[in-house]
Design a protein around this ligand. Structure first.
Ligand SMILES: NC(=O)c1ccc[n+]([C@@H]2O[C@H](COP(=O)([O-])OP(=O)(O)OC[C@H]3O[C@@H](n4cnc5c(N)ncnc54)[C@H](O)[C@@H]3O)[C@@H](O)[C@H]2O)c1
Length: 349
């Protein structure tokens, strides 16, 4: 039997600890070290019974992990992942892949040149219901995808903004939250050719946006809208609707994405599909509803299993640095469109 893959954790905050919880449940891998300069990290490493390092370079040199999970602050993602690549260690890198497109290009080049894989943590793609939705779209169950409606509408408690950096420019919900929805929309509906956007900080009054309305034109021809706010008492968001994370009380009957095509429509996460009994029917005939089946599954744990296969050279990353770079480029185009009032095209990574 293969021995468990030795995985180190760089950044043991909220997200790093979630990864650790899932790691504990897997027999095929084990935590081997923690690197984090923060005040609680040494105690956490002691609790986990693994060596502690304040500095990740020392950790890479001394603990010699076979793979690394990077869950440190966004601005450190690329430089840390580059250090791991230089040490020849495959990386599961939390989202966003980076904060600037140029640094992401550097990361993509380093990963491709060295052959050391990077998997980016857009974990929702690992949810089996997303795989099933993608399959339905690819099989043509919706016909030609025509309109896409996406919603991310939640109430973050005021205390969320007690932490100073969360109130500052660049740290808004576009990069923190809507990036997940935009990544899924790319995954399900294809690349986005052009965006228009309006953002507002009208509710909270901080430097970054609390609400956004985005128009999307997909390369396949579909048109979409994404409306988001973290300052509304509303039930429409992946967090509340998907039940993926039990910390968010679930609104199981509410959708967050509505995809409509010439032959059918699909609500996500419910995976209810609507269609007419016969081609050529119209709004005077009954629209039939089908409940599509899918295996329930834990996206973060599935992501970790996939990462272990990637690190062992048995799979290609489901979300490479280049792929995640295109999601970041989409966020950047939305930001530019909101600032300029002009339609913008996402850069190609
Ligand atoms: N996939 C998701 O749904 C999801 C959810 C939340 C956060 N995240 C991502 O995870 C990352 C961490 O977010 P968080 O909420 O856990 O933040 P956090 O502040 O709780 O944790 C960050 C940790 O990184 C440590 N750190 C700081 N500098 C470091 C360095 N030089 N080397 C190693 N560690 C260092 C901090 O001490 C802290 O323990 C972010 O990139 C965030 O975008 C992803």
């Amino acid at each position: 039997m293969t021995s468990p893959l030795r995985i180190a954790l760089i950044g043991a905050g909220v997200m790093g600890r979630q990864h650790h919880q899932h790691l504990q449940a897997l027999a095929e891998a084990q935590l081997c070290a923690i690197a984090d300069p923060g005040p609680q990290a040494a105690d956490f490493a002691a609790e986990c019974g693994v060596p502690y390092f304040a500095d990740h370079l020392q950790m890479l040199e001394q603990a010699r992990p076979e793979a690394v999970i990077v869950a440190n602050p966004n601005a450190l993602h690329v430089s840390t992942a580059l250090d791991c690549i230089a040490a020849g260690v495959p990386v599961l890198l939390e989202k966003p892949v980076g904060v600037h497109l140029d640094e992401v290009r550097e990361l993509v080049a380093a990963s491709e040149r060295s052959g050391v894989p990077v998997l980016v943590g857009h974990h929702r793609r690992h949810n089996p219901l997303i795989a099933r939705a993608r399959e339905l779209i690819e099989q043509g169950s919706l016909g030609r995808l025509t309109t896409v409606t996406a919603l991310w509408q939640v109430q973050k408690p005021d205390s969320y903004y007690d932490i100073a950096w969360r109130r500052e420019a660049g740290a808004g919900m576009l990069l923190t939250n809507l990036i997940h929805d935009l990544d899924l929309l790319r995954h399900l509906c294809g690349e986005v050719r052009q965006v228009q956007a309006i953002t507002s900080n009208g509710v909270r009054g901080f430097a970054n946006e609390d609400s956004a309305a985005v128009l999307l034109q997909f390369e396949g021809g579909a048109l979409g809208s994404l409306t988001g706010s973290d300052a509304v008492a509303a039930p429409w968001s992946w967090e509340l609707d998907s039940g993926e994370n039990p910390v968010y009380p679930r609104q199981a009957d509410q959708p967050c994405y509505l995809l409509a095509g010439t032959r059918g429509a699909l609500s996500i996460p419910q995976l209810k599909r609507w269609h007419y009994a016969e081609d050529g029917a119209g709004w005077h005939q009954p629209l039939l509803q089908v409940q599509e089946g899918f295996d329930a599954g834990e996206a973060l744990r599935r992501q970790l299993r996939h990462f272990i296969a990637v690190a062992r050279g048995q799979a290609q990353p489901l979300i490479s640095a280049a792929d995640a770079g295109r999601t970041l480029a989409l966020v950047e185009a939305i930001r530019q469109a909101a600032e300029s009032g002009q339609a913008c095209n996402p850069e190609i990574i």
